[in-house]
Design a protein around this ligand. Structure first.
Ligand code: SAM
Length: 287
């Protein structure tokens, strides 16, 4: 227990916090310590660095140390904050939602690049926080969309995110098992399905393994099991000229393209993320 009589300067606290995160093997100890301390003190990171000579109260130290201990146990910063920015929009998270990844923005970029006629109707399969659907609706103001997820908590969070982003009039979210209760056709179907092979899950970073829902990660024996279920059904749910846009894991793009071709989808294309990894696969239904 810390003795009340010892005053501690902010500059000392920053150093102590960085050391603790470094010791715990956290990836970006300097950045994360500053983010968490700024959050604890309710100020931005710049103000934090301009005010390093001030003395912290015991209450402030306790608040900072609690957050640093959570990060040192490999809880991601976005989980601690309960929010993540995606496509410049703010998304709240809960234990049923995947923490949206910057790599998934590759799907939105590819759609914007390839679409000649703006879509009217969009379906997002495995919507999680709603990030993919809501990012698309923010880009296509005339479109409406439906997001499906098996996790009721995710659907609840996606609805709340839509409300916060003023998109709830155009976004509907429902609990469902993939395409099971869908009876209409769409111009775009987008999906970031679980694609990690079950046997690889124990080897994931603790940030992912212990904090993202297993249901959002587990792609079965091969990692490709959900694509095998979804892709053969996709043409039935696309309007003529419509597109299917799927996120894939490293090394999965070619197999997913073959599945799309076998299902009769045309003009397949692959799109790389910022790290140069093929992250997105697109197929079209003939007009
Ligand atoms: C990789 S996460 C993607 C979440 C979000 N779209 C994103 O990109 O951040 C996969 C999502 O699929 C959902 N899911 C898993 N099995 C499902 C099923 N049988 N039917 C519908 N959704 C399912 C999970 O709950 C999870 O939200």
């Amino acid at each position: 227990m810390r003795r009340k009589s010892l005053p501690r300067l902010l500059v000392e606290q920053i150093k102590i916090s960085i050391d603790a995160l470094e010791k715990a093997g956290v990836d970006n100890p300097v950045l994360d310590a500053r983010l968490l301390i700024a959050y604890a003190l309710d100020c931005d990171r710049l103000k934090l660095l301009m005010d390093v000579d001030r003395t912290l109260s015991d209450k402030e130290i306790l608040k900072i140390e609690t957050l640093i201990a959570r990060r040192a146990s490999h809880e991601p910063v976005a989980r601690i904050f309960g929010k993540r920015e995606f496509w410049g929009l703010n998304f709240d998270l809960n234990e049923d939602t995947l923490d949206p990844r910057a790599d998934s923005e590759t799907l939105i970029e590819a759609i914007l690049r390839l679409t000649q006629t703006p879509p009217s109707r969009i379906l997002d399969l495995g919507t999680g926080s709603g990030c993919l659907l809501l990012a698309l609706l923010s880009e296509y103001p005339q479109a409406t969309g439906l997001g499906i997820d098996l996790a009721p908590g995710a659907v609840q969070q996606a609805k709340q995110n839509a409300k916060q982003l003023n998109l709830s009039k155009r976004a509907e979210f429902k609990v469902g098992d993939w395409l099971e209760n869908i009876s209409e056709k769409f111009d775009i179907i987008i999906s970031n399905p679980p694609y990690i092979a079950s046997t690889e899950i124990p080897d994931l970073m603790p940030e992912v393994r212990n904090h993202d829902p297993l249901r959002a990660l587990d792609g079965g024996t091969s990692g490709l099991e959900i694509y095998k279920i979804l892709i053969p059904q996709i043409p039935k749910f696309l309007n003529p000229g419509g597109m299917i846009v799927m996120e894939v894991g490293q090394g999965q793009a070619n197999e997913v393209i073959s599945m799309m071709q076998q299902a009769g989808l045309t003009k397949p294309s692959k799109h790389k993320d910022l790290a140069g990894i093929e992250r997105c696969v697109i197929g079209w239904k003939s007009p």
